[in-house]
Write a protein that binds this ligand. Structure first.
Ligand SMILES: Cc1cc2nc3c(=O)[nH]c(=O)nc-3n(C[C@H](O)[C@H](O)[C@H](O)COP(=O)(O)OP(=O)(O)OC[C@H]3O[C@@H](n4cnc5c(N)ncnc54)[C@H](O)[C@@H]3O)c2cc1C
Length: 374
């Protein structure tokens, strides 16, 4: 029986769109399912590490014309307001997900990728074929890339262990208008129970995105009250909020954010981006990892397709090996950093240590980032 080489991508965020574009450039026919309409805002810090810019160029994706902001400085403050300023070794750009995802989507459409704006409800693997169901369609494919983000009903269908556990995290984001915010700086301000990132986007708006534990949020429940009672205890955040005006009618919120380990392959689906693993957001590296994982998966798929008699087992092994080589160590560094920063005593000690040894911080940042992906 002839091998089914049809490729389906589930999820049209950064990982899914990048993989679909890569495979289309290599001459493959790809169908991508995305449940939301483009463009839309997403909860994200919107700082994109420059490491993936060469790869985006390879994909034919030009971000320059959207006017992203160049960012090469980090301003970090502890809950008590102590400051650290450093240069970011590689730097990044500030661009909203509203714009970034739409640019990739338009590129995908221009390459003839079939984008179905449908939610995948079920997926089953049987005798070498993936059977994909939405409310409107049924599709069969030989290869499926799972790029549906942090958490979805599909994870429950696939019996992924992380979905069974309640997690302790939620995240909130909005864009603000404020005059005088430094364009070249991403700020990370610790508060009791979380941290808040600030950086400018291509529109000149400041993206404000914070991650907080439920235990710190549950007494206040309302984001506005939480902002008043908890975030503003950090004097840098108090200063920002006293001068800034929200551009959103309502903050965007996501809950049940899990940093647990996930399997990279589930029922022969290659998992990409956040569906494979979520690095702690304070590393500012999840978007770059999502895009980079698309490259690793696409290369493994292409090798499988062009190798006569190429086996699925080899495809899966190659993807897992490349993913671990590229990301495992930075995910572990991210876990360690998050533990330190969320412990107020440790955060103060590490702040003092970094002030004594200023070369330490760029070194730690490098450990959570990769080198440019050519
Ligand atoms: C608070 C916070 C701040 C962050 N800040 C930063 C930062 O500053 N810099 C950085 O690099 N990273 C940051 N990240 C991480 C970054 O947002 C993610 O790593 C990145 O969005 C992952 O991209 P993705 O393509 O894997 O997933 P997503 O961008 O989430 O895309 C998944 C897509 O799949 C679609 N989908 C889901 N289920 C289905 C389904 N069943 N059928 C069809 N479609 C489906 C969704 O609608 C979505 O469009 C942050 C994360 C958090 C939580």
């Amino acid at each position: 029986m002839a091998r089914n080489n049809k490729i389906v991508v589930i999820g049209g965020g950064l990982a899914g769109l990048s993989a679909a574009i890569h495979l289309a450039i290599c001459g493959q026919q790809v169908t991508l399912f995305e449940k939301e309409m483009y463009p839309h805002h997403k909860v994200c810090g919107e700082y994109l590490s420059k490491e993936v810019l060469p790869y985006l160029k390879f994909l034919g994706v030009d971000l320059g014309s959207s006017g992203p902001v160049e960012i090469d400085k980090l301003f970090y403050s502890t809950p008590s307001g102590k400051e650290i300023h450093t240069r970011l070794p590689l730097g990044g750009i500030g661009i909203s997900r509203y714009t970034l995802d739409e640019i990739l989507y338009k590129k995908a459409v221009s390459l003839g990728i079939e984008v179905k704006q449908e939610e995948v409800k079920e997926i089953e693997f049987d005798e070498g074929i993936h059977k994909i169901k939405t409310s409107h369609s049924y599709t069969e494919a030989g290869i499926v890339l799972g790029a549906y983000g942090k958490r979805d009903a599909l994870d429950r269908k696939l019996h992924r262990p992380f979905i069974q556990k309640k997690t302790g995290w939620l995240a909130i984001k909005a864009h603000y208008q404020m005059n005088g915010y430094p364009r070249d700086t991403v700020s990370l301000h610790n508060f009791k129970g979380g941290y808040c990132g600030l950086s400018m986007t291509e529109t000149g708006a400041i993206n404000v995105c914070y991650l907080a534990t439920y235990s710190s949020f549950k007494d206040h429940k309302d984001p506005e009250v939480f902002k008043e009672k908890v975030l503003r205890k950090n004097r840098h955040l108090a200063q920002f909020f006293s001068k800034a005006t929200s551009l959103f009618e309502k903050d965007l919120t996501i809950a049940q954010i899990s940093f647990d380990r996930k399997a990279l392959i589930e029922d022969h689906i290659l998992m990409l981006g956040d569906s494979a693993a979520l690095i702690h957001p304070l590393c500012g590296n999840g978007m770059a990892m999502a895009i980079h994982s698309a490259k690793l998966a696409s290369e493994a798929v292409m090798e499988y397709l062009v190798t006569p008699g190429g086996s699925r087992e080899n495809l899966e092994h190659r993807y897992e090996a490349e993913w671990n080589r590229s990301f495992k160590s930075r995910i572990n560094t991210g876990r360690m950093l998050q533990k330190v920063l969320l412990n107020p005593a440790l955060a103060e000690i590490s702040q003092n240590t970094v002030q004594l040894f200023p070369g330490l911080l760029p070194h730690i940042i490098k450990r959570t980032h990769g080198i440019p992906v050519e």
